[in-house]
Design a protein around this ligand. Structure first.
Ligand code: 5AD
Ligand code: SF4
Length: 428
């Protein structure tokens, strides 16, 4: 009988995709995925340390499954991901029921895990050339890593410490992986990297897009995440010109105050950012732009916060992810003076979110009466009689199920724009 593995993934798309790689490796070792941790022979927590909340959630889950070991003597528990990298063997002290600790740069070493406790967190310069098997959960849309790590050292962020230096995968390996995905019927790919604009191997990022755009069978190309300081005109032209590259960019602003941007070590001003937004909108009029905002960064005063609200009003993002600043161990911002009171952070965050909600709703409403191409991803989570898909601009559209199926690309008439999604009627 096959051994069963249960995996709980916290955090970003990079982690979701790392979990797919771990499952790919384990499948080769005879494991099968289960959604019931109590039945598993192996439990993996793929952890996130970007904010304290994600970390707390993991530790409480880890505590909860301790008793499983009493019932299942051979159960092994792996802690993977960014907390594994940061904490290393300290995790054994906090949780002696853990068997293996394996950082994001070492997932290929899952192969080598023995019976005794192990910690695998050393820097791995070869990560970009190790092509790993992947067990994907989706048959239409696939993540493809193009680069690992980050060199930016934004002062609040743990990623450069947990995922190491930037390393780009050779373009041939990426091309081969996507060609194979196309042959299996995948329609959409999302290129993944902490800062895709600084992809550089034998070719640069726009050259990579041009190369991938030629792959037959792939209909949509997306990429995350872009850093505003590295968003080149060349890339804007490529989005405009290349038919498969979707009209959406995730471009984290973080703050609308120049002083705060300096303290965050973002290396652009609001003016620089606006220049890029204006150029994007000039060249690609229907592009959707989404962003990340941090509320209550150390030293953020009321006028810095107002500057962020003003920027949100001016830019009118299609959507944002906003977070309260969370001091992370080892980062510069953790040690900065003038940490902001939690209550003030919460107030500022809710002001940011409620302003953006109105903007998002207004933007979605403005699409009523338009025709949009959607790629159907599956059933609507809230209503099994409806299907859900995305526009090229990455907005969710639900439609009555009719005879369509996952992977179909159809044109729909947008009948309703809501806060978080659109409703549409297929044009048949
Ligand atoms: N506190 C709050 N938000 C953070 N992010 C990264 N680090 C922190 C932190 N310490 C946010 C940034 C980033 C997104 C992925 O997470 O907005 O763009
Ligand atoms: Fe973190 Fe900044 Fe790198 Fe993004 S660009 S991963 S926020 S250090």
């Amino acid at each position: 009988m096959k051994k069963l593995v249960y995996i709980h993934t916290f955090g970003c798309q990079m982690n979701v995709h790392d979990s797919e790689k771990m499952l790919g490796i384990l499948e080769g070792k005879g494991y099968q995925e289960t959604d019931q941790p109590s039945k598993a022979d192996l439990i993996i927590f793929n952890t996130c340390s970007i904010r304290q909340k994600a970390e707390q959630k993991f530790y409480s889950e880890l505590g909860r499954i301790k008793s499983y070991k009493k019932r299942h003597k051979n159960l092994k528990i792996i802690v993977a991901g960014c907390i594994a990298q940061q904490e290393g063997k300290n995790i054994f002290k906090k949780a002696p029921h853990v068997d293996f600790i394996i950082g994001p740069q070492n997932i290929h070493n899952l192969e080598k895990i023995q019976d005794e406790k192990q910690v695998l967190i050393e820097e791995n310069a070869d990560i970009a050339i190790n092509d790993l098997p992947v067990k994907r959960n989706n048959n239409v849309s696939a993540w493809v890593t193009i680069m690992y790590g980050c060199n930016n050292y934004c002062s609040y962020c743990v990623v450069p410490y947990t995922r190491g230096r930037e390393r780009s995968r050779p373009s041939e390996n990426i091309y081969k992986e996507i060609t194979e995905l196309a042959a299996k019927g995948y329609k959409e790919i999302t290129l993944l990297g902490q800062n895709v604009n600084s992809y550089y191997s034998d070719i640069n990022f726009t050259q990579l897009l041009r190369k991938i755009n030629k792959i037959e069978g792939i209909v949509r190309i997306r990429f995350v995440t872009s850093h505003p300081k590295d968003l080149s005109e060349d890339l804007i032209y490529a989005i405009q010109e290349l038919d498969k590259v979707c009209e959406h960019i995730h471009l984290p602003l973080q703050s609308g105050s120049d002083e705060i941007l300096v303290r965050m070590n973002r290396r652009y001003s609001l003016k620089d950012y606006m220049k890029r937004v204006n150029m994007l909108r000039k060249k690609i009029p229907d592009i959707s732009i989404t962003s990340d905002i941090i509320a209550g960064f150390p030293g953020e005063n009321e006028s810095d916060h107002r500057a962020t609200l003003k920027a949100l009003k001016e830019i009118e993002f299609d959507g944002i992810f906003a977070f309260k600043f969370s001091p992370r161990p080892g980062t510069k911002a953790e040690k900065m003076d003038n940490q902001i009171d939690e209550n003030i952070k919460s107030e500022r965050l809710s002001e940011i979110l409620s302003l953006q909600d109105k903007i998002t709703e207004k933007k979605n409403k403005s699409l009523e009466g338009t025709i949009q191409e959607i790629l159907i991803e599956g059933y609507d989570e809230l209503n099994v009689n409806r299907l859900s898909g995305r526009t090229r601009t990455n907005k969710i559209v639900t439609i009555d199920a009719y005879n369509f199926k996952q992977g179909d690309i159809i044109n729909v008439f947008i009948s309703k724009g809501r806060k978080h999604s659109l409703e549409g009627n297929p044009l048949i």
